[in-house]
Design a protein around this ligand. Structure first.
Ligand SMILES: Nc1ncnc2c1ncn2[C@@H]1O[C@H](COP(=O)(O)OP(=O)(O)OP(=O)(O)O)[C@@H](O)[C@H]1O
Length: 896
């Protein structure tokens, strides 16, 4: 700077100062623009960081140098540019501004004179601000050649006077820039340190505000006082501007640091120890599925009232079959049948699949068997037309009977005698294969015999032509596992003609997708080799009709989707909705508290021998049958499980393993009493059991009961224990478990139906679908695992419009769960079970005084006499002895 001002003695100081100011302003503006545009295009190079040790080490940010060679001419007519247009050398980044300035700013003629005050600077923003800056830049950045040319042309003019200092200043500035780049002087640093620091801070903190920031005037080093005095007003304005900027800086600081500024007027907010306000906790959506979330066909089911009945003729069953049905006990259609039959019988409407959710014993089986058999009876040729899939062998046999009855009904009307087959695994597989498929006889008897031989020796790896085989059945009733085996292993077994797929107890079958049976079957059913094969004779329908049924139908859409239903319709009882599990209307439920779990079998004995069981209206027919068969029952050992010791032996083939297990269980149960019982076991085995003060055994059981236990072993053990404790009942007790041979299960069920057996002890194998028409009581000796299991268990009674009772023995640890989940009472009660009357509490010890319906009050422990308890312990010991004997016997057999 000093080199610039020193030789300019011919110029007046105020001119120098103004020029200097403009120059500085322009430089500052350049800096700002440099920052702004370099940021915009990511070309900004941050200034070198100052070394902290010595002021001289602090690097000064060099002013940016713009070296765009292309000049831009100023507009014609500019006084400033006279006589010839002066090419304005404007940086490319400045060009938009230059244009804007050209368009808007009035060219200012700068007149230098002693008397004239310096032109008032225009600190405000806007185009006017830019005018002097542009002018200064023009001067500074005009190339030397054009300058010299211009000098020559403008000699003698004011421009000549003006041009000289410009030229010199330009040279000086360039030198100065070089110097500043290398070694800035201490004096300059002292002047500009604050500015630089501010600039850097502002670059860092608030680059956008740079535009508003006013350029800071730089003081000349020489004749400072004189200059200051003369241009006091300019400096004052600059100072004011800087002061005005100070609060903004504070504000910026607050923003950066995040600290609140001190403000006097602001009211003091006391932050005590009160809790910081928290957002309200987000409530989890625990809402259950509602109708709104279900598909339309589930949300708007077909509802039927329980009391609805219709004659079969009304439902368009021909008179002759209807007559046959009547003769078999089906006098009129039950409620669910009145709703389902019209959907499944031939109908001009576009018929779709049907889902039925109706209570146990409501007659669901007939609702699908009847239309299915009628449809098949229209045909002539035997092809596999229907698949009925069920979870257990017992149910397969039960449904087979219904199918046979309907088959006979429609055959009587001149229709085809529908052939029913079963596949449950109780037969040898090869035999079952040849019962359902045969090789077509083409070349006479010899070839036929040969082909049957081939069938039995067929292996899955061989390719066969299905056309060479023929189905021997129209309807196949099966368990899913066996069905899969036939699909995979039986040559000629094809589903190409199947028009009906029935899945009964669907919720269970869908939950246990055994061997992926459903996918496999649906894949086969989706194949349509010839569309004519699946045309319904008296209907506009073709394809496969699916009928899905359960008393506890799932409303899990993902499960139902597995079935790939087509235009499905749901049938439910009036007053129910998806997910509800209705109990039969005439079912009564009771709960009995077991205060001493180790004596639980004694509670059962008391219940069986009490009059409580007789309190439920008995079916007269059963009582008669029982009286009639009383004399036969003693001779019917072949049918009865007869859990006497001889019965136990006869069971040993199938159940010996379970007996062994239960024997070891009983040992642990009898615990401390085992040594005592050991000593007395021999004599006890020979002598009749003492009855002590227990209610007298009547020798025959006036009612019928199905007792559910938690496992096969528990069923076998309890069955035998009952027989030991009450020998008079032994011949009336049967056992049903999944380990019981199928043939024995069939015998047991038949004996029970014939009232030769009156008490069945079973595992949950008997809980689903089993239809025991004479059953009056269900006893939950062990609590079922779920409410669904409860519904199926108690639904074995009170079927087909009859009355029935369900009794549940409740240990202390089970009571809460029972009342909450099954009975729907008490705290947190939640159950989907719908019942007409609530569960009643019953006390066995007050039974004779107060009877059924007595509410349990006051915890009085039932007293079992010492003698009874001892008798019970002896019974347990005997059970253990028998189990040990059975194990030894089995071991000997295996050892041979
Ligand atoms: N129309 C009818 N008239 C008389 N009895 C009928 C009629 N329909 C069905 N039944 C009888 O009602 C009983 C129950 O029928 P079914 O076994 O079909 O009930 P379900 O609804 O399938 O029960 P679950 O859900 O327990 O399997 C059976 O003994 C059956 O013979």
């Amino acid at each position: 700077m000093s080199t610039f001002f020193a030789p300019v003695s011919d110029l007046q100081p105020n001119k120098n100062l103004i020029l200097q100011l403009f120059s500085d302003i322009a430089n500052h503006f350049n800096d700002i623009c440099d920052f702004k545009y370099s940021n915009m295009y990511n070309r900004y190079i941050p200034p070198p960081k100052p070394k902290a040790s010595h002021p001289s080490d602090i690097p000064v940010r060099p002013p940016p140098v713009y070296r765009d060679p292309e000049p831009e001419p100023l507009p014609q007519g500019s006084e400033y540019a006279e006589p010839a247009p002066v090419p304005v050398q404007t940086s490319s980044w400045l060009q938009p501004y230059a244009k804007r300035i050209d368009a808007t700013a009035q060219p200012t003629k700068i007149v230098f004179g002693d008397d004239e005050p310096p032109a008032p600077s225009a600190p405000s923003s806007g185009p006017v601000d830019d005018t002097p800056k542009v002018a200064t830049e023009e001067e500074e950045k005009t190339p030397k050649e054009s300058k010299s040319k211009k000098n020559k042309e403008s000699k003698g003019d004011e421009g000549e006077v003006e041009e000289k200092p410009k030229k010199r200043r330009r040279v000086e500035e360039e030198e100065q820039e070089d110097k500043e780049e290398d070694t800035p002087t201490v004096a300059e640093e002292a002047e500009s340190t604050e500015n630089i620091a501010n600039e850097e801070q502002q670059y860092k903190r608030k680059p956008k505000r740079e535009k508003k920031k006013k350029p800071k005037a730089e003081e000349p080093e020489e004749d400072d006082d004189a200059v200051r005095s003369r241009h006091k007003s300019v400096f004052e304005k600059v100072a004011k501007a800087l002061q005005a900027q100070a609060p903004e800086d504070d504000e910026d600081k607050m923003d950066v640091d995040g600290a609140e500024p001190e403000q006097e007027e602001e009211p003091v907010v006391e932050h005590g120890l009160e809790p910081i306000p928290q957002p309200a906790p987000v409530a989890f959506d625990e809402s259950k599925l509602t109708y709104e979330t279900l598909p339309q066909w589930i949300a708007s089911p077909i509802r039927v009232t329980e009391s609805t009945t219709k004659s079969f003729e009304e439902l368009k069953i021909a008179a002759e079959p209807a007559k046959v049905l009547q003769s078999k006990g089906f006098k009129e259609a039950f409620a669910v049948q009145t709703a389902v039959l019209p959907l499944l019988l031939p109908n001009p409407d576009r018929q779709g699949d049907v889902v039925v959710a109706a209570p146990t014993g409501s007659g669901k089986t007939l609702s699908y068997v009847l239309p299915m058999i009628q449809d098949i009876s229209y045909g002539r040729i035997t092809n596999l037309r229907a698949l009925i899939v069920l979870p257990t062998r017992d149910l397969v046999q039960q449904v087979q009977q219904t199918c046979e009855a309907c088959g006979a009904a429609f055959a009587s009307n001149g229709g085809k005698r529908v052939k029913i087959g079963t596949a449950v695994g109780n037969k040898v597989f090869k035999e079952e294969q040849s019962a359902i498929v045969e090789k077509k006889a083409r070349y006479g008897a010899a070839e036929d015999a040969h082909s049957m031989e081939a069938l039995s020796s067929w292996t899955a790896s061989e390719t066969i032509n299905p056309e060479d085989y023929a189905s021997k059945v129209d309807v196949l009733i099966c368990t899913p596992g066996r069905l899969v085996e036939h699909i995979k292993q039986t040559p000629g077994f094809t589903l190409d003609y199947v028009r009906w797929l029935v899945v009964d107890e669907a919720d269970k079958l869908l939950a246990q997708d055994f061997q992926q049976w459903l996918n496999l079957v649906l894949d086969k059913l989706s194949v349509e080799r010839r569309p004519s094969r699946r045309v319904f004779p008296k209907s506009n329908k073709k394809g496969v009709r699916k009928v899905i049924l359960s008393a506890t139908m799932t409303h899990d859409i993902s499960m139902l989707n597995l079935l790939k239903l087509s235009r499905p319709k749901l049938v439910v009882l009036e007053g129910t909705k998806a997910g509800d599990q209705s109990l039969p209307p005439l079912l009564k439920e009771y709960a009995i508290k077991v205060r001493e779990p180790s004596l639980k079998p004694l509670y059962l004995v008391d219940l069986l021998q009490s009059e409580l069981l007789a309190a439920v209206p008995l079916v007269e027919k059963v009582a008669e049958e029982e009286t009639a068969s009383a004399s036969e029952s003693s001779d019917s050992d072949s049918c009865s499980e007869s859990n006497s010791s001889s019965g136990s032996d006869s069971d040993s083939d199938s159940d010996s393993d379970s007996d062994s297990d239960s024997g070891s269980d009983s040992g642990s149960d009898s615990g401390s009493s085992s040594s005592d019982s050991d000593s007395s076991s021999e004599s006890e085995a020979d002598e009749p059991k003492p009855k002590a003060k227990a209610p007298a055994t009547k020798g025959k059981f006036a009612s019928s009961a199905l007792i559910f236990t938690k496992s096969n072993e528990a069923a076998l053990r309890l069955s035998r224990l009952l027989a030991i404790l009450v020998p008079g009942l032994a011949h009336l007790i049967g056992t049903l478990t999944s380990t019981t041979k199928t043939i024995r299960r069939t015998q047991t069920l038949r004996a029970f139906t014939q009232a030769k057996l009156r008490i069945l002890v079973a595992s949950d194998i008997a809980s689903r679908g089993l239809d025991l028409p004479n059953l009056e009581h269900v006893i939950n000796y062990d609590l079922p695992i779920s409410e669904t299991a409860y519904v199926h268990r108690v639904g074995r009674t009170a079927r087909a419009g009859r009355a029935g009772a369900a009794w549940t023995l409740l240990e202390h640890s089970e009571a809460r769960r029972f009342w909450r989940d099954f009975a729907g009472e008490g705290e947190g009660a939640s159950t989907n079970i719908l019942r007409t009357t609530p569960v009643e509490r019953v006390r066995l010890d007050q039974k004779e005084e107060k009877g059924v319906g007595e509410k349990e009050e006051g915890a009085k422990v039932e007293d079992f006499s010492e003698e009874r308890v001892q008798a019970y312990e002896r019974a347990l010991a005997q059970l253990q002895q028998e189990a040990t004997f059975s194990r030894g016997k089995k071991g000997k057999k295996e050892g041979r």
